[in-house]
Design a protein around this ligand. Structure first.
Ligand SMILES: Cc1ncc(COP(=O)(O)O)c(C=O)c1O
Length: 380
């Protein structure tokens, strides 16, 4: 039995819908629903379960650490990637000649907007733009990163085109020039193997909304151990303090490890959900998910070729993950037409985004292709 068939029954949406929109929101599992129930039941039964809730937050930190091959002490628990990245840039001095933030053109809006907000603090933001074929050659990064660069933001997989950037090589360029490298991996975590050591990144972010199969309000940031002492976030909160329960307001004494990038009260309900979602991912294994999804993506691409569709996502070896973007003459109309036929996708730019995950099966791919064939006039 394929990974998809084995797991599918835990996601009731598949009883009536062909769900191919995990790039936007992972499907709801019975496990995640039960986790929310468990949170409410505990609250109802015991009142304020603070010790247990803090222990759950630590379990989530450890689960994400396992997924990216880090130590729990290298993971910050936040409510969003935005919160994590804002805390990170608040720790960058942006002085001594290192005022540059280099961002790929494929960064999620939040990363680009936070980078530009630092212009108010004297930062200079440099965009690394793709070629006409949708790829960003390494030379473009090499030209942009220099001894003036404080931070390089290189998203792992583009939410807009599905293009997978060569994070390891960009991290190497950043390191050679003394800059930090942040890989926002929201569109990758849970779907493709991520190993912070192999990638050589300094920082990596992701959240639970998409391929980690939970809901909004929980995200993580990996911060490499030897950076902890040097990075002092000025955007902070009491859960980032070295001793949360001392309740001391006489100074700023952040935690020694990546917890210094946490902030206020942890998002407890979302942590319950996040733990349940990440458990499913870990049980299936990211390698197995990646293999399963690669097979489905191959079937989808072959079918799209037969249809004569224009695939926006670069399709070379290692150039894509679970997300395939297909050009349309009217992407919103095509998403709506597919939806009417029971197929859920989403749109960005001029493309329909089809994203596949562990619960999808070949039959889903065939239904998506049939839906696209029925609406052939909306394909570019
Ligand atoms: C690549 C990427 N980064 C970040 C986010 C969201 O960030 P936040 O957790 O701040 O909402 C998304 C969500 O769509 C995303 O796709």
């Amino acid at each position: 039995m394929s990974v998809g068939e084995a797991i599918r029954a835990r996601f009731p949406i598949f009883e009536h819908t062909t769900y191919a929109n995990s790039c936007s929101q992972g499907a709801l599992s019975n496990d995640v629903r039960q986790a929310y129930d468990e949170y409410l039941a505990g609250w109802n039964q015991h009142g304020a379960e603070w010790e247990h809730w803090v222990e759950r937050a630590e379990a989530a930190r450890a689960a994400f650490a396992r997924i990216v091959n880090a130590e729990p002490g290298e993971i910050a628990v936040t409510t969003s990637v935005s919160q994590a990245v804002s805390a990170l840039v608040s720790a960058l001095p942006l002085e001594d000649g290192r005022r540059r933030i280099v961002i790929s053109e494929f960064e999620f809006p939040t990363v680009g907007q936070i980078a530009h907000a630092q212009e108010l603090r004297g930062a200079e933001v440099v965009h690394v733009r793709p070629e006409a074929d949708g790829r960003i050659p390494l030379e473009r990064f090499a030209e942009a990163i220099d001894e003036r660069t404080a931070l390089v933001c290189c998203t792992a997989i583009s939410y807009r085109s599905g293009y997978r950037l060569d994070v390891a090589e960009v991290a190497r360029l950043a390191r050679e020039r003394g800059a930090l490298c942040l890989a926002d991996s929201y569109q990758a975590a849970g779907a493709v193997p991520l190993d912070v050591r192999a990638l050589g990144v300094d920082l990596l972010t992701a959240g639970t909304v998409k391929y980690l199969l939970a809901s909004a309000g929980l995200a993580f940031m990996f911060v490499r151990t030897d950076l902890h002492e040097r990075l002092l976030p000025t955007q902070t909160g009491w859960f980032a303090d070295e001793d949360i329960f001392r309740m001391d307001i006489s100074d700023y004494s952040p935690a020694a490890d990546a917890r210094r990038f946490d902030a206020g009260t942890p998002p407890v309900p979302n942590i319950y959900a996040g733990l349940a979602g990440m458990r499913i991912v870990e049980e299936a294994g990211v390698e197995a998910i990646d293999q399963h999804v690669s097979g489905l993506v191959g079937r989808l691409l072959a079918g799209l070729d037969e249809l004569g569709a224009t695939v926006v996502t670069p399709r070379g070896e290692g150039e894509h993950g679970p997300l395939v973007c297909v050009e349309s003459t009217d992407a919103e109309a095509l998403v709506a037409a597919l939806h009417d036929g029971g197929v859920v996708t989403s749109s960005r730019d001029r493309s329909v985004r089809v994203s596949l995950h562990l619960y999808n099966v070949e039959d889903d791919v065939d239904r998506i292709l049939a839906g696209l064939a029925e609406n052939r006039s909306l394909l570019a």
